[in-house]
Design a protein around this ligand. Structure first.
Ligand code: 5GP
Length: 196
């Protein structure tokens, strides 16, 4: 193991801030990064694959993992829907000599950061404004008036935690936000020719 071993990169943001797009860009570019596949109890969306996008499971199975202390963090991100990071998933990625990249909600991100203060880099992707976030969510067309309002309120609340993270990256221009995130990760990992 070299000194890049056992690092963790956490990307967090309110919904609609562009965190998944930035995460996908980096995963495609750097083979030494590996997406941390969370456990989740929501239904798979069209095109999502069990064991690739999420480990989809029942509430009973999820609660069994909670009882066995299998998670490094878990949250009920939406009413009745559990999401969590399995310790075994992080260890699987470390075993491959790669760095896990966690795309998780703000509370989960704070919990991981608290457990791995030296080993983790936490990045908060901030939407340019709550109004812009509302516009983006509206243009996605996936929200009803109620869920839109709930997401916008949740986003304002989550933005209030932004100073807990190592870096805040404002996503007012996607390409610039991708580049800033990339630079922060490369600085964290170090400049050895073979990463990690
Ligand atoms: P979605 O249902 O849209 O895939 O994800 C909803 C939210 O749950 C996103 O903000 C996503 O980052 C977050 N999330 C995904 N996996 C985890 C996890 O393992 N733990 C926590 N705390 N949040 C997660």
């Amino acid at each position: 193991m070299n000194d890049s071993a056992n690092k963790i990169i956490i990307i967090t943001a309110p919904s609609g801030a562009g965190k998944s797009t930035i995460t996908r860009f980096l995963l495609a570019k750097y083979p030494w990064l590996s997406f941390s596949i969370s456990a989740a109890t929501r239904q798979p969306r069209a095109g999502e694959v069990d064991g690739k996008d999420y480990h989809f499971m029942s509430v009973e199975q999820f609660q069994e993992h909670i009882r066995h202390n299998d998670f490094i963090e878990w949250e009920m991100v939406y009413e009745g829907k559990y999401y969590g990071t399995l310790r075994a998933e992080i260890e699987r990625i470390w075993q491959m000599g790669k760095i896990p990249m966690l795309d998780i909600d703000v509370k989960g991100a704070i919990h991981v950061q608290q457990q791995f203060p030296e080993q983790s880099l936490s990045l908060f992707i901030e939407p340019p404004s709550v109004e812009e976030l509302r516009r983006r969510l509206e243009s996605r067309g996936t929200e009803t008036a109620d869920t839109l309002e709930a997401r916008v309120n949740k986003a304002s609340y989550e933005i209030s935690f932004k100073n807990h993270f190592d870096r805040i990256i404002v996503n007012d221009h996607l390409e610039t936000a991708c580049r800033e995130t990339e630079a922060a990760i490369l600085a964290f990992v170090g400049n050895s020719p073979e990463k990690p």
